[in-house]
Design a protein around this ligand. Structure first.
Ligand code: KG4
Ligand code: ZN
Length: 334
């Protein structure tokens, strides 16, 4: 039997993306049109601008994904699209494109949760990976520890009570005068600094929940106080010390959950998974404890449609389809 071709569509934030996936894990194309430069001068994503740019980009991006995969629209068997969480106007552009194409081609539509999609990026990067495993999802909007028991069985162990990890990176970077998105900038700057130079308070939250707003305020206070006193700061040390505090907190909770729930595979997901220190810290800790560690290739860490196509494929195996009444759910949880 010919393998199913899934067209994935993702427009939840500031990347317009489309991808073609054969079967569950063979990526034929992965096109990402980023709007970062457009939003950079505002220091963050401007929702109205994002929606308008998605409208301009969506069809050319889908066309490019089909061309790169060397397939026609008629060859596509199903369409998987992000319906939340994300910016309402941005989500609606991808949804409208996906619904119209599915209707015109008379093929099934699959509604994908963006956060679940991030986890599934790992199935493309590691074709042999299978549940059960423990996943740490760290993105711009979410921080969560998830027990993944099957392809369609998730159990949320804990999540951020306030700021997401990526959000803290972006806000601190902004105050330090670094461009948006701040995560990769802090990552780069931290390589030049001393991570034990400043003792920022470690967030203390019970169980498997996270909280990064206290740490964020501590770093912002540190920067403001230095500015008011006219003292110069070593911004590389600030970046390195802040990053170490976040990474240690994430790693500690993840390792504790793996031990408690006797899971021997740890799977990192989301934009902050691209952080070199987080990846290194978890990889080394897993090695020491005899755990297997997975994280997606860099291009699959941040927002893309390949992960959406992959998540959609595994939903379609259990006939979890959507219909034309599908709407955007901006605050969709796990
Ligand atoms: O998953 P993602 O692309 O979008 C959301 O679903 O939110 O994540 C974007 C987040 C941003 O906050 C960005 O600063 C962060 O991921 N990020 C990083 C790195 N690369 C991206 N944070 C830390 N270190 C990085 N190398
Ligand atoms: Zn994302």
């Amino acid at each position: 039997m010919e393998k199913i071709l899934t067209l994935g569509i993702e427009t939840s934030c500031d990347e317009t993306a489309a991808a073609v996936l054969r079967g569950g894990r063979e990526l034929l194309s992965n096109v990402i049109s980023t709007q970062i430069l457009l939003h950079q001068k505002f220091g963050g994503v401007v929702p109205e601008i994002a929606s308008r740019k998605h409208i301009v980009n969506i069809m050319p991006v889908i066309d490019e994904a089909l061309t790169k995969a060397d397939v026609n629209l008629r060859d596509i068997n199903q369409i998987a699209v992000t319906f939340g969480p994300g910016l309402a106007g941005a989500l609606l552009v991808g949804l409208s494109a996906a619904k119209s194409l599915a209707y015109a081609l008379k093929i099934p539509l699959v509604a994908v949760n963006h956060l679940e999609g991030h986890i599934f990026a790992n199935f493309i990067s590691a074709p042999k990976l299978e549940p059960p495993f423990l996943s740490l999802v760290v993105s711009g909007g979410h921080t969560a520890l998830i027990k993944m028991l099957g392809y369609n069985r998730f159990e949320l162990l804990g999540q951020s009570r306030d700021d997401a990890a990526g959000e803290a990176f972006d806000k601190i970077a902004r105050v330090m005068g670094l461009p948006y998105p701040g995560g990769p900038e802090i990552d780069k700057l931290a390589k030049l600094g001393n991570s034990t130079a400043i003792d920022f308070p470690r967030p203390k939250v019970d169980g498997y929940d996270f909280s990064f707003s206290g740490l964020k305020s501590a770093v912002l206070n540190f920067l403001n106080t230095a500015q008011m006193k006219g003292e110069s700061i070593n911004s590389a040390d600030v970046a390195a010390s802040f990053q170490k505090t976040v990474v240690d907190t994430l790693a500690e909770k993840t390792l504790a959950a793996a031990e408690k729930f006797k899971l021997d595979k740890i799977v990192l997901a989301g934009g902050v998974a691209a952080n070199s220190s987080l990846e290194k810290t978890l990889r080394e800790a897993c090695q020491r404890r005899g755990l297997k560690f997975f994280y997606p290739s860099k291009i699959l860490c941040t927002d893309n449609a390949a992960m959406i196509a992959c998540r959609g494929y595994y939903q379609s195996l259990e006939k979890i389809f959507a219909d034309s009444t599908l709407n955007a759910v901006p605050n969709l949880g796990l």
